[in-house]
Design a protein. Sequence first.
Length: 318
Amino acid sequence: MSTLFGQENVLPSVAVVVGLMSFPLMDVKTDHLQFSAAIFLLFPLIGLTSMLSLVNVWLSIVCTFGTVLLIMVLTIEPRDLKPFMTFMLCFVFSQGSPVAPGGFGMRMATLTLGGLAVALVTYFTWRHKYKDSEQHSLRTQVHLSARHRSFILRMALGLTLAGILGFALHLKKPMWISIVVLSLTQIDIKETHQRIKYRVIATIAGVFLFLLFCQYLIPQEYIFYFIIFLGYLSTWVKEYKYTQVINAINALNANLVLFDTNTAIGNRFLLLGIGIAIVLGMYLLDRVCRHFIGKREKRKEWEDAPSGPPVLEMPPEI
């Protein structure tokens, strides 16, 4: 991929490959032609908005919130298949690997051609494999997304806040906050709590294994092959708590390009903590909003009732 599109487009290309591997295998129940058209349009749109979000903090707020909202509304269903994840990864990867103005054309070409490839392969696979399946329009898909509005808003606000903090703190790797928010934000809060526990434990284990293998046991000239082996191993390991150990080791090794070992480890824990705080903050905000909305609706029911709000009778005097 780096040979075709350049080293700076490797991460967005990974998201394209994920789309090629995943979309043809899932029946999203949305009209095949309409959803394939959405695939083709979303990839280059992500390339454009991810670049604009890096211009200044105000464009970051508008572009991040708007793009995440659009992706989630169009692709959140079916919730068990999570078709939105491919596009969300593409946005986070594109935002986290910015290109110079001279490389913007290649970035757009990568995502436009990649989006076209994913759309065509998906459409013709679905047309052959799921031609008799029940389908609904993209407009119906938008209406169905309303049932998950809390999750959609938590994801959009969380990733927007991650972008703002990246600007405010002048972080060199703000993408790792976004990845934590993307991974930990779930529809079910119980799953979020479980993922937070696994992610913290996996990061600690990953740091220990990184120091053991990459700093003490394996000579520096062989670490590249060790990382390749971990990448191969990750294709077979499916459980979240184990994949995060591998991801922690890979991330620490990648961070050594910018930091020394101690700084890389400290940076990893710092960004993980910020990401967890954002996710829990969004859930707390959601609960507060639900509380006040519930009180307002209950008050409106009292006011609309024929007899008005209930009147408490004073007890008789003794």
